[in-house]
Write a protein that binds this ligand. Sequence first.
Ligand SMILES: [Zn+2]
Length: 255
Amino acid sequence: MAACTVVAAVASGITVSATAGAPAVSAPARVGSATSLGERSRGSPRLLGRSAAGRPIRVIESGKAGGARTVLVFGCIHGSECAGMAVARRLAATRPPAGARLVTVPNLNPDGYAAGTRQNGRGVDLNRNFPRGWRALGAPGALHYSGPRPLSEPESQLARRLIIRLRPRVTIWFHQALALVDRSGGDVAIERRYARLTGLPLRRLPPYPGTATRWQNHAFAGTTSFVVELPAGPLSANATRRHAAAIIRLAAATR
Ligand SMILES: [Zn+2]
């Protein structure tokens, strides 16, 4: 995250292009228009809130603030499926297309990540803890324990508040390790485009109870939230670039 720290010092000014080490005039016009006065360019991490065990959960917002077309990316929700964090980090250091806002939460589940578990620090599967179709599943620590009630966990509450505030047109949730793009219930054209851009197949997983995508696609008509299942293991540099580029393309095309 070192790059973000450097950007933080200048992100609020109008000389953001200086972070690229080149004068603004050398930037492509499409990018340059996103750096005008009153708009933000690359963002700096700020605290979204804390996990059940008190670990910080950070969010990085970049691009045009307020009323912009927003694309939201969660790099990790299941603590043992966090290869998407690399994509989120790369995006956080990328200037979004003009008129778009790019928001990334690299890791929504730092407790699970630290422990190497799918669930959060209280043994809850966060992607069974959202309100739409929620059902009591399992017991604490069980692989798909849904928590005592919908939104019982600080992590899912933080995600919900962020989504309500941002109203993202497109939300991407990274998981592993099925290597597919899930037809999650939003605009299938967007899901198909992402699949084509990244070379992953488009498939439909079962509509599990209490998932974040189910809740979003139901609660926010006209928006699209979908799951990207990356392959097992860490993401290669090439794949990281490919996924980040695909998200930028979606952000540019989002209306
Ligand atoms: Zn998962």
